[in-house]
Design a protein around this ligand. Structure first.
Ligand SMILES: Nc1ncnc2c1ncn2[C@@H]1O[C@H](COP(=O)(O)OP(=O)(O)OP(=O)(O)O)[C@@H](O)[C@H]1O
Ligand SMILES: [Mg+2]
Length: 277
C-alpha cells in the first residue's frame, strides 16, 4: 500500500478535530467563487471555488507552480502588492467581499495574518517584532498593556519560555525554528481571525516542525488556518480538510482522510501516490 494512503490523519489522532470535521453545519469563514488570477498574460488560477470552515485547518497541496501560494495570497490581498497580478471573482470573509473598494486592506491583513516559508523577523528586537502590529493598530493604551499582549502572543506561539529573558535581543538572532515561532507570535499578536501559512515548516528540522504542528493544533481553537504544504504527512497530521490544486485548478477538496484514502479524481490519486509532482 502506498505510504500516502496509510498515514494517520488529524481526525484519527484528535477526537476534538474529528468532531469538528464531522459536526454539521460548519460555520464558513472564507468563501471563494470563480477566482481567476493572472500575472500579466499568464493565467495562474482558473475558476477556483472553495468554502473554508471557521476554526479548522485546511491544507492546500499540489505540485510546484500549481497556484497554491497565489491563491493563499488572494485571501489577504497580498497579490495587490504584485503590479502585474490581476484577480477576478469573489472572495468573502464572513460573507463580506474583501475586494470591495471600501475594504481597508491594512485592517484586512490584520484579520488575515500570514506566515511565510522563510522566517522573516523584522530587524528589530524580539519584543518589537511582536509589539509592532498591536502598536500600529492601537491595540494597547499603555506600556503594561503592550507588554501583556507581547507576553501572551509569545506564550501562545510556545516561545515565551525560551525568550522571556532576552526580549531586547534581535529577533534575527534566534534559531530558524524559534524565528518561525516568533513570526507566528507576530501574526497572532493582532488577534487575526485567519492565519495563512505558506510552507511554514519547509526550512525547519523535524523537531521544530513538530512544535509548529502542535502549535497549529492548539491555534485551531481560536483561528482558521490555511496551510500550504508539500508534505502529505504534514497535511494529514494537521488538517481536517485538504484541497488539491493542479495546473491552476482546484481539482478536489474534502475531508483530509477521504482525500488521502479515497480521492475522487485520478489526478489527486496520482499526486498522493507520488506518480507525479
Ligand atoms: N510574482 C509573480 N509574477 C509572475 N508569475 C508568478 C508570480 N508568482 C507566481 N507566478 C506564477 O504563477 C504560477 C503559480 O505560482 P505559485 O507560486 O502560486 O505556485 P505554488 O503552487 O505556490 O508553487 P510552489 O509549490 O513551487 O510554491 C506559476 O506559474 C508561477 O510562475
Ligand atoms: Mg508556493
Amino acid at each position: 500500500m502506498p505510504e500516502a494512503l496509510s498515514i494517520r490523519t488529524a481526525a484519527e489522532s484528535s477526537p476534538a478535530a474529528a468532531t469538528a470535521a464531522t459536526a454539521a453545519p460548519r460555520e464558513i469563514k472564507v468563501t471563494a467563487r470563480d477566482v481567476n488570477v493572472s500575472y500579466g498574460e499568464k493565467q495562474a488560477l482558473f475558476d477556483v471555488d472553495v468554502d473554508i470552515a471557521a476554526r479548522s485547518v485546511m491544507a492546500f497541496i499540489g505540485p510546484s507552480g500549481c497556484g497554491k501560494s497565489t491563491f493563499l495570497r488572494c485571501i489577504n490581498r497580498m497579490n495587490d502588492t504584485i503590479p502585474i497580478c490581476r484577480v477576478t471573482g469573489r472572495i468573502e470573509v464572513d460573507g463580506r467581499d474583501i475586494y470591495d473598494p471600501e475594504i481597508d486592506v491594512v485592517q484586512l491583513r490584520a484579520r488575515v495574518g500570514m506566515v511565510f516559508q522563510k522566517p522573516n523577523p523584522f530587524p528589530k528586537s524580539i519584543y518589537e517584532n511582536v509589539a509592532y502590529g498591536p502598536r500600529l493598530h492601537g491595540m494597547a493604551t499603555n506600556k503594561a498593556e503592550l507588554d501583556a499582549i507581547v507576553e501572551e502572543s509569545l506564550r501562545r506561539a510556545s516561545l515565551w519560555k525560551e525568550v522571556s529573558d532576552r526580549l531586547e535581543q534581535p529577533g534575527t538572532g534566534l534559531s530558524g525554528g524559534q524565528q518561525q515561532r516568533l513570526c507566528i507570535a507576530r501574526a497572532i499578536a493582532v488577534s487575526p481571525e485567519i492565519i495563512l501559512m505558506d510552507e511554514p515548516c519547509s526550512a525547519l528540522d523535524p523537531i521544530a516542525t513538530a512544535r509548529i504542528e502542535e502549535l497549529i493544533d492548539e491555534l485551531t481553537e481560536n483561528f482558521t488556518i490555511i496551510i500550504v504544504t508539500h508534505s502529505m504527512q504534514q497535511a494529514a497530521r494537521v488538517s481536517q480538510r485538504t484541497a488539491f490544486f493542479h495546473l491552476g485548478r482546484l481539482i478536489e477538496e474534502g475531508p483530509t482522510e477521504q482525500i488521502f484514502s479515497n480521492p475522487k479524481d485520478r489526478r489527486t490519486q496520482d499526486y498522493i501516490t507520488g506518480r507525479f509532482g
